[in-house]
Design a protein around this ligand. Structure first.
Ligand code: VGL
Ligand code: ZN
Length: 202
């Protein structure tokens, strides 16, 4: 089978982001069949897994008086507070049972530092602390990445913006993502992605 020179980066298809989960993305599970089917077309497949300690600082539960989905200021900038989700070792942090795991060369966990969130697969939200993914892809000779997964306007968008900034040829298959869409976050993200030169395909 012909394989592209691109890496497929599958973002956070975990139980807590699917219907029934604590930070459920509407129809999050409906992308899985398509994502599974496209895996063999790529030169490598990387799965990311949001992986938070129970006391993670992005959880509203850690900030008495603050509601989920409100904003606070962190040393590294503004941070949305989320319901507790993807707590490492819990069922909510597991990949959705329908997601193919066998085709993945690398499973990359992120968000495990208590004091900084990590939407992007490449950098923590301070935009400086690396996850190591760029080094992994570069060392293996990949210069292009295609992104799919959850959620379009958070972890997928942040990952794509970092990939483009790092010089990867970057594409999102938008039809194989689903958004949280908090206060217009989807429209804002799509605009930023276009400006950054990310290819938005269906
Ligand atoms: C995500 C919010 C918090 C995501 C992760 O995967 O898009 N969003 N943690
Ligand atoms: Zn998270």
């Amino acid at each position: 089978m012909h394989k592209t020179h691109a890496a497929l980066i599958v973002i956070d298809i975990q139980n807590d982001f699917c219907p029934g989960g604590s930070l459920a993305v509407a129809q999050g599970d409906q992308i899985i069949a398509r994502v599974n089917a496209m895996m063999p077309e790529f030169g490598t497949v990387v799965l990311t897994q949001d992986w938070h300690p129970a006391e993670h600082s992005s959880f509203a539960s850690q900030h008495p008086g603050s509601a989920p989905f409100s904003q606070i200021e962190m040393p590294y900038g503004s941070q949305t507070l989320w319901p507790d989700h993807c707590v490492k070792g819990t069922p909510g942090a597991e990949f959705h049972a329908s997601l193919r795991l066998d085709a993945a060369d690398l499973i990359l966990r992120k968000g495990f530092r208590p004091h900084v969130d990590s939407y992007s697969a490449f950098f923590e939200n301070d935009h400086r602390t690396s996850t190591g993914l760029a080094g992994y892809l570069t060392a293996r000779g990949f210069t292009a990445v295609t992104l799919v997964g959850l959620a379009t306007d958070y972890c997928v968008a942040y990952s794509a913006l970092d990939a483009a900034r790092l010089g990867f040829e970057t594409k999102i298959l938008v039809g194989a993502t689903r958004p949280i869409d908090l206060d217009g976050s989807l429209g804002a993200a799509l605009l930023q992605l276009k400006t950054a030169g990310v290819t938005l395909a269906d």
